[in-house]
Design a binder for this molecule. Structure first.
Ligand code: HEC
Length: 155
């Protein structure tokens, strides 16, 4: 093998190994989330199922990491989505949210679903089970609208 190519390959391998020890660590997870939206049995199980499958990896503390998600530099990008996603909306902190925030987030949910913005397309490519059918979208949108009205009525 050409010497230069050989050295380049070794250098790449060394850099790849080295970056595994650099960069951010995986956002923390938790299985005990008493404030979680789905901890209280108030949500239609079909809706709960969709949320868990298509949204919970980025919008809750119950993130499940596939093996490749822990490999740098891909992991940096994925961890960024999870941190950013939780900042925008963390279903595991649902009960601690103000009523007005809940209503606003439910409205945001209908918007991102209608516009096909969520789940993120890069995510759906790796998780085909998260691709929402038209029926699932409709179910989610109807739920978000109805639930928003219930939240408004609740004391
Ligand atoms: C791969 C991670 C990921 C998945 C899966 C995901 N989201 Fe997001 N979500 C994000 C990120 C990152 C943001 C913030 C950046 C942005 O708005 O694009 C966000 C933002 C949002 C927002 C706020 C947007 C706004 O304009 O205010 C809502 C609402 C939302 N997501 C709902 C959902 C719903 C509902 C699902 C499931 C059907 C879902 N997301 C799935 C990562 C994700």
């Amino acid at each position: 093998m050409n010497k230069i190519i050989k050295y380049l390959l070794i250098a790449f391998a060394a850099i790849f190994l080295l970056i595994q020890f650099l960069g951010p660590s995986a956002p923390a997870t938790s299985t005990e989330n008493p404030e979680d939206l789905l901890a209280v049995p108030q949500i239609d199980p079909q809706v709960a199922d969709i949320l868990r499958t298509a949204c919970y990896n980025c919008h809750s503390m119950e993130t499940k990491y596939p093996f490749y998600s822990r490999i740098a530099p891909l992991s940096w990008w994925i961890y960024g989505h999870i941190n950013h996603g939780r900042e925008e909306l963390n279903f595991s902190a649902w009960e601690s949210m103000k009523k007005s925030s809940k209503v606003r987030k439910l409205k945001d949910i209908t918007e991102v679903i209608e516009e096909g913005e969520m789940p993120m397309s890069s995510y759906v490519n790796m998780h085909p089970e998260a691709r929402l059918s038209e029926a699932q979208k409709e179910l989610l949108i109807n739920w978000a609208n109805t639930f928003a009205r219930e939240v408004v009525k609740k004391k």
